[in-house]
Ligand binder design. Structure first.
Ligand SMILES: Cc1cc2nc3c(=O)[nH]c(=O)nc-3n(C[C@H](O)[C@H](O)[C@H](O)COP(=O)(O)O)c2cc1C
Length: 356
């Protein structure tokens, strides 16, 4: 029995956001001294040359990262590295601090191994996040920065929001993500309309002297035509990749009491849908556009499905909440076994293996 399997029932008695805050406090403790970071890395990091991924002009020590939303304000990136994740994505970071929606706004759906959240882009804002990154330094694993707009921004103001956060935080990032797929922010306009996306990408392109890779994060609920239309725009602007997917508004097949809460659904119930989006994009682009797969990854098998469907990297949030601190190690160890079973020398050889 692991320590987490004993702690989890207690943590799950607390409101979900309180448990998350306690977890983060523990991670801040881990991160605060070199010996605790080293001891944690010793216990939890799993390294294997077959897991390395060269992408975005950097090397990911393994393909399993932490998805946006877990460490919105860059408070625990070093602790997450010590827990064995191959990369960390901070954010969504907005230009100014924002309170988000009223609590409760995060719900566990235990029977479904899922969560619903309507956090609403709560966060410290770009200035504090930048100060923190300057103070703590970026982790040794690649760092993604997910950028967003203020909830109250108009269509035109939104573009300036993305530009400002990009300008401040891109210097710390190995890649930047434009997040236009959050289902629980109150938008006055269609964030993912082609005209709006073009305006955002034009603005960021003009700002991007250092050629920091730019990715776009998409949702799981859009019909395939709109996803592929977005891929056309991404390719027209020569952007560097897609993150698929964000949370879902669907509630199909759920059993837990909290299924009626409004917000974005994450975890096991969205795994298949998110893999289908990955496969559709990889098929459409002949595997030429890098994809980061996210949605319901909780085991090596679920990660491997996304990789074989065309994802070069995967991320998780909900699977980490249910699986605890050894999640990355367990998935990475399992991935090496799956590669050996199928005769792939490296994880990169398995990317898109299921495509025709
Ligand atoms: C509580 C919570 C907060 C999240 N916040 C963000 C966010 O700020 N920006 C973002 O792009 N995605 C956010 N996400 C979505 C995750 O990054 C991820 O795309 C989604 O949860 C699916 O992955 P999972 O099934 O592994 O959780 C959030 C998810 C959760 C559960």
């Amino acid at each position: 029995m692991t320590l987490y399997s004993r702690v989890r029932p207690l943590a799950f008695k607390l409101p979900a956001e309180t448990a998350h805050e306690l977890g983060k406090r523990t991670l801040r403790g881990v991160q605060s001294t070199r010996p605790t970071r080293k001891a944690t890395a010793y216990a939890y990091r799993f390294e294997h040359p077959a897991l390395e991924v060269d992408l975005f002009e950097t090397t990911f020590p393994n393909p399993v990262g932490v998805a946006a939303g877990f460490d919105k304000n860059a408070e625990v990136t070093h602790a997450l590295e010590a827990l064995g994740f191959g990369f960390v994505e901070i954010g969504t970071v907005t230009p100014y601090p924002q309170a988000g929606n009223d609590r409760p706004r995060l719900f566990r759906l235990r029977e479904d191994e899922a969560m619903v959240n309507r956090m609403g882009f709560n966060g410290d804002g770009m200035v504090r996040v930048k100060e923190r990154l300057e103070r703590d330094g970026a982790p040794d694993v690649p760092l993604g920065v997910n950028v967003g707009k203020m909830n109250a921004s108009t269509e035109r103001e939104a573009i300036e929001d993305y530009r400002r956060v990009f300008d401040r935080l891109a210097p710390f990032a190995d890649y930047v993500v434009v997040n236009v797929s959050c289902p629980n922010t109150p938008d006055e306009f269609d964030e993912a309309s082609p005209a709006h996306l073009r305006a955002i990408f034009e603005t960021l392109e003009a700002e991007n002297d250092e050629h920091v890779p730019i990715l776009v994060k998409i949702g799981p609920d859009d019909p395939e035509e709109s996803v592929l239309e977005l891929v056309d725009i991404v390719q027209a602007f020569d952007l560097d990749g897609l993150i698929a997917t964000n949370t879902s508004t669907s509630r199909d097949g759920l059993r837990s009491e909290s299924r009626e809460e409004w917000g974005g659904l994450s975890g096991k119930p969205i795994a298949e849908r998110s893999t289908a989006v990955i496969r559709a994009v990889a098929d459409y682009t002949d595997g030429e556009l890098p994809i980061v797969g996210v949605g319901g990854v909780d085991s090596a098998e679920r990660a491997y499905e996304k990789i074989r469907a065309g994802a070069s990297l995967v991320q998780l949030y909900t699977g980490f909440v249910y699986g605890g601190p050894s999640t990355a190690k367990r998935i990475n160890r399992g991935l090496v076994e799956l590669l050996e079973r199928d005769g792939f020398a490296t994880i990169e050889d398995a990317v898109g293996a299921d495509l025709d």
